[in-house]
Design a protein around this ligand. Sequence first.
Ligand SMILES: NC(=O)C1=CN([C@@H]2O[C@H](COP(=O)(O)OP(=O)(O)OC[C@H]3O[C@@H](n4cnc5c(N)ncnc54)[C@H](OP(=O)(O)O)[C@@H]3O)[C@@H](O)[C@H]2O)C=CC1
Ligand SMILES: CC(C)(CO)C(=O)C(=O)O
Length: 322
Amino acid sequence: MRIVIVGIGAVGGTLAAGLSLAGIEVAGIARGAQLAAIRANGLHLRTPDGSHFAHFPCYADPSEAQLRPDDLVVLTVKSQDSASALSQLRLAGMTDQPLFCAQNGVANEQLAARSFPNVHGITVMMPADYLVPGETVVFGAPRWGIFDIGRWPAGHDEADQALAEALNTANFAAFVSDDVMGSKYGKLLLNLHNVLEAAIGRGALFKRIAPLLKAEGEAVLKAAEIGWRDVSASDTRREGLMQITDVAGARRAGSSTSQSLARGTGSVETDYLNGEIVMLGARHGVPTPVNSWFCRLADRLLREGKAPGHLEEAEVARALGL
Ligand SMILES: NC(=O)C1=CN([C@@H]2O[C@H](COP(=O)(O)OP(=O)(O)OC[C@H]3O[C@@H](n4cnc5c(N)ncnc54)[C@H](OP(=O)(O)O)[C@@H]3O)[C@@H](O)[C@H]2O)C=CC1
Ligand SMILES: CC(C)(CO)C(=O)C(=O)O
């Protein structure tokens, strides 16, 4: 069994390095300066327990990895990059190997299922940063991250067991679940504040607006009769397995959306997080003015090349009538 990780950034880099350090065969698919850095020096994984250097084969395209029947393929690109990554996998000859979407939002599994018959979801609870090519930083301890893994749309099979076992061999905590999408919808509710944090940081106004985004999300999911599992800080598994803690010499860059702004990638995931709620709200007749406003704001943050947290709080408060 080999684990092929598509998108070596914060999550993909931490997974690839962790699995490789545990002696599991890994191949990475990366691009740009990240690919060049990993090929030259391997990947530097900084963690609360110290620095690790991982060396694993890294390719520019899945076709170079020569996919095998016993590969497990894990997708760790941001949702807005999923369509092109899936197309690359198709062109590389991928057929019925298990494909795991280790991403936020709930759109990726449905997209993947248009092309592949063996789709799985992973709920990722892992505070990880990727800002500098060749380096990822993970702030979870004692385990670096917690994952729920299961088949899409429901159930589980031996591939989920095999991946969970591999992750548990490395310094992760993985749980096989028959309702992985339930925890992914729970995670989606937590990620509705990613764009808010990317706009104004985590000050007083953040604390007023975050509950408004979440309340709209919950109202929409209820109207759509979609159940969810709470994976917030009150998830009892977190206490013993993964607390967010310090890494020597590193400061957290914020959510994955803030990191996209910080790296100037030119795109953010908001349409697949807040946009999911807006779309479901439209379908089920539930107004979503706050999530809609933040979807439009994401475009402006990109257009104006804003650094994370640099929008005036007063402007946001005025626009939302707060
Ligand atoms: N960061 C975090 O703490 C967490 C993130 N998540 C979720 O995990 C998913 C991944 O996020 P994250 O790791 O932060 O994202 P990153 O942007 O850090 O990593 C994704 C990487 O994939 C690369 N990439 C995109 N498309 C391709 C492609 N076709 N071929 C090769 N490489 C590609 C990107 O390159 P480029 O840099 O050029 O864009 C980037 O390096 C998202 O859904 C996110 O919401 C979930 C929990 C925590
Ligand atoms: C780690 C966490 C929960 C932070 O909001 C996340 O999912 C993200 O950055 O997208």
